[in-house]
Ligand binder design. Structure first.
Ligand code: HEC
Length: 147
């Protein structure tokens, strides 16, 4: 049983890498930019609520925080070989410093999950710092890896 499960995993990994190679760089760029646009859409509205430019609606804020947390898992598979030139702001430094980039992506998944948890409290004193942590993570990665 264990052996079969291990082979299943190896097969799945082999398939995943085949898919990554088959992807066209321009499609991968569109994909990841689209996900970032969706993140911005929700994060922007959340920011307006945190800054008091828009009435705070706890349910709506939580819904958006959960969406952003889910979306934070998505862009990374769009960073494929050959996708650091053309219609993109992604710097080739990503491929050269993959571990650091991946650290930033993991950080985003972690901090957005923490924000979704904070959102459920409905307590702005917990939400505000969690929101700030996510914002710092966006900026930290953009400063290093986005033109
Ligand atoms: C680990 C790195 C990383 C993190 C974290 C990150 N981004 Fe980005 N982001 C990028 C890169 C790289 C690009 C450039 C993508 C491209 O042009 O191909 C980008 C592009 C974007 C774009 C422009 C998309 C377009 O249409 O060209 C927006 C908007 C954006 N990010 C928003 C955010 C927000 C908001 C956060 C935080 C909630 C965030 N990003 C977190 C790396 C990151």
């Amino acid at each position: 049983m264990k052996k079969i499960a291990a082979m299943g995993l190896a097969g799945a990994l082999a398939m995943a890498s085949t898919v990554a190679v088959a992807v066209k760089p321009e499609d991968a760029i569109d994909y990841r930019q689209g996900v970032f646009q969706a993140i911005k859409w929700h994060f922007g509205t959340m920011g307006a609520m945190v800054k008091g430019k828009m009435d705070y609606d706890a349910d709506d804020f939580t819904r958006r925080a959960e969406i952003v947390s889910q979306l934070s898992h998505l862009p990374w598979e769009g960073f494929v070989e050959g996708s650091y030139s053309g219609d993109t702001d992604a710097l080739p430094a990503i491929a050269d410093n993959w571990d650091k980039f991946e650290g930033g992506s993991n950080m985003l998944m972690e901090k957005t999950a923490a924000l979704a948890t904070a959102a459920k409290t409905g307590d702005m004193d917990q939400i505000r710092p969690a929101f700030g942590e996510v914002g710092k993570t966006c900026k930290g990665c953009h400063d290093n890896f986005k033109d």
